[in-house]
Design a protein. Structure first.
Ligand code: CU
Ligand code: ZN
Length: 187
């Protein structure tokens, strides 16, 4: 009998623990619009998972292949070439690199790969950023940029990825949830 009660107590603890984690995971979204005369657009979700951030979403309207994908410093997509977003988000004054290299800008998310239909399905995790507004490595209020060309993951400070063909400001909250949906509009 005692064992039974203990088992049930454990189950309840695990279930409520999971539910709590789900609610507390900070999320942010970005709605990307075309820039530089492109047709590239899409939506992204950033979810804090422990020390790393999961990036998910779909971006469409690009030519096939790997294309540079970064978080840029300033959340200002007003320029028609995305130039008001500044350079790659770089709180540690580092040099450009790949997303999993020791030396990189925090905003270096590498490349996303577009298929024959011009669609990139995105789902990866990356460190060195957080879904936060206040932390030095926080990405809320900054911008995501998709580039015209492939990031070579080496050339400092741009990766030689060409023009900026889509831009979206990273906004705190979960646009897809029933609780946060109306509260956080990207624009
Ligand atoms: Cu960029
Ligand atoms: Zn960079």
């Amino acid at each position: 009998m005692k064992k039974h009660v203990l088992t049930i107590a454990c189950c309840v603890a695990v279930i409520s623990g999971c539910a709590m984690m789900e609610e507390k995971e900070p999320k942010a979204t970005a709605s990307l619009e075309p820039r530089s005369g492109s047709t590239v657009s899409g939506t992204l979700t950033f979810t804090q998972v422990g020390d790393v951030v999961r990036v998910t979403g779909e971006i469409k309207g690009h030519t096939k292949g790997p294309k540079g994908f970064h978080i840029h410093e300033k959340g200002d997509c007003s320029d028609d070439k995305g130039l008001n977003t500044g350079g790659h988000f770089n709180p540690h004054k580092s040099k450009h690199g790949g997303p999993y290299e020791p030396v990189k800008h925090a905003g270096d998310l590498g490349n996303i790969t577009f298929n024959d239909a011009g669609v990139a399905n995105i789902n990866f995790t990356v460190g060195d950023i957080s879904v936060s507004k206040d932390r030095p490595d926080g990405i809320i209020g900054r911008a995501v940029i998709v580039h015209a060309a492939t990031d070579d993951l080496t050339t400092d400070p741009t990766g030689n990825a060409g023009g900026r063909v889509a831009c979206g400001v990273i906004v705190g909250g979960d646009a897809g949830s029933s609780q946060g949906g109306m509260k956080y509009q990207p624009y």
